[in-house]
Design a protein. Structure first.
Length: 63
């Protein structure tokens, strides 16, 4: 994620960037739900790379 957010921030730090919580479905039910802590770490990492318009989406799916 760090490489992608750094690339986007270099293009334009005002690019809107949404981090969406994942809900395992169908053949991916063995994957765990994302926690609030993990989502917050991703949000902070994107902001540290210079992105200014980062938001969390689908937060109702976070455990």
């Amino acid at each position: 994620m760090k490489n992608m957010t750094n690339f986007l921030a270099e293009l334009n730090p005002n690019i809107p960037y949404s981090l969406l919580a994942f809900q395992p479905q169908h053949m991916m039910r063995d994957l765990p739900l994302l926690t609030w802590e993990e989502a917050k770490e991703c949000l902070e990492a994107a902001q540290e790379e210079g992105l200014e318009r980062v938001r969390l989406g689908n937060t109702h799916l976070l455990k």
